[in-house]
Design a binder for this molecule. Structure first.
Ligand SMILES: [Zn+2]
Length: 318
């Protein structure tokens, strides 16, 4: 695990991006919302817009990942070295019966999650998921282009779950006070309702439920209030216990993405894997087939999240 060193880095990075959000808000194409001035020259038109701001958002999401590795998760480290041995050692000939009692790896489930889409990578991700025969979850934000609208519809039509990642993903607005956050969440819900015909009852906080952005602005109370508020308003929220590290930098090497997922999945029965659906992050797409294959080899099956699913929450609501 690498939580220690990155922490300093993370703080710096988060500071930088907090600043950058003031300018741009994540992945928002200047088009829609009132993100004041899209100020700086984004090199090209529509699709490239995402490549600039998006990494910023992602790095914020990378922020909590040390916490993900930091132990409190139930099945995280200690328990099972190799799940098979108890049966073998248990009672020789009877060993065949024992597995029925609940071999730990028989029900390993991986929930792949893709944040910040749709993007120029969504179609590729959907194709890989289709070819692999698996379902996943997309925590999306609000993007109004016809191309994007079609992608929301395709995500849903192909049997994946759409999750709410707020409309604007704009930390400076979202984490000012709970009312503003909820309004942004509802805005995305309305948008999905209009676009896809269904809203969503699952949610991922931009930056994770333990995002430090509110606190940095001198509002340490906001996240504890928010987690309660979203639950009270009928949403379940999901952080992650496996990070792909694809947010560690704009383009993380494919090998690092794969090795992080494999290492963090070890010993866990339920994993929620954080990845990003962001145009610039091509290596996430390149790594995906191997991530899926590797997890399958470890005995995982795959499912989309729903409100009742296993969840990992950095900050609890009760
Ligand atoms: Zn995000």
């Amino acid at each position: 695990m690498t939580p220690r060193i990155p922490r300093l880095w993370t703080v710096t990075a988060a500071a930088i991006l907090a600043a950058s959000f003031l300018v741009s808000g994540c992945g928002r194409e200047g088009a829609s919302s009132g993100n004041s001035g899209g100020a700086s020259p984004s090199p090209s038109g529509a699709s490239a817009d995402q490549s600039m701001p998006a990494p910023a958002a992602d790095q914020a999401e990378a922020d909590p990942s040390p916490a993900a590795g930091s132990g409190l998760a139930p099945g995280s480290s200690g328990t099972q070295t190799v799940p098979v041995e108890p049966d073998v050692g248990a009672s020789g000939a009877d060993a065949q019966r024992e597995p029925a009692a609940g071999p730990p790896e028989a029900d390993r489930i991986a929930y792949l999650t893709f944040d910040d889409g749709p993007s120029g990578n969504t179609e590729s991700i959907l194709r890989i998921l289709r070819e692999s025969g698996i379902k996943a979850t997309f925590f999306v934000t609000g993007k109004e282009s016809e191309t994007d609208k079609e992608l929301y519809r395709r995500i849903a039509a192909e049997g994946h779950k759409l999750g709410n990642h707020t409309y604007t993903h704009d930390y400076t607005k979202l984490y000012k006070e709970p009312g503003a956050f909820m309004e942004d969440v509802r805005r995305l819900d309305r948008f999905l309702q209009e676009t896809v015909g269904q809203g969503s009852d699952i949610l991922r906080f931009p930056g994770g439920s333990n995002t430090r952005l509110g606190r940095r602005k001198g509002e340490p109370w906001i996240m504890p209030q928010l987690v309660k508020r979203v639950r009270a308003e009928g949403y379940q929220y999901f952080d992650w216990n496996v990070t792909s590290t694809d947010a560690a930098q704009a383009v993380q090497p494919k090998a690092d993405i794969i090795s992080s997922v494999m290492a963090l999945a070890r010993g866990k029965e339920r994993i929620i894997v954080l990845m990003h659906d962001v145009t610039v992050k091509k290596t996430t797409v390149e790594a995906l087939p191997e991530v899926i294959r590797g997890l399958k080899d470890m005995g995982f099956r795959f499912a989309a999240l729903d409100k009742q699913s296993f969840t990992t929450q950095f900050l609890k609501s009760d």
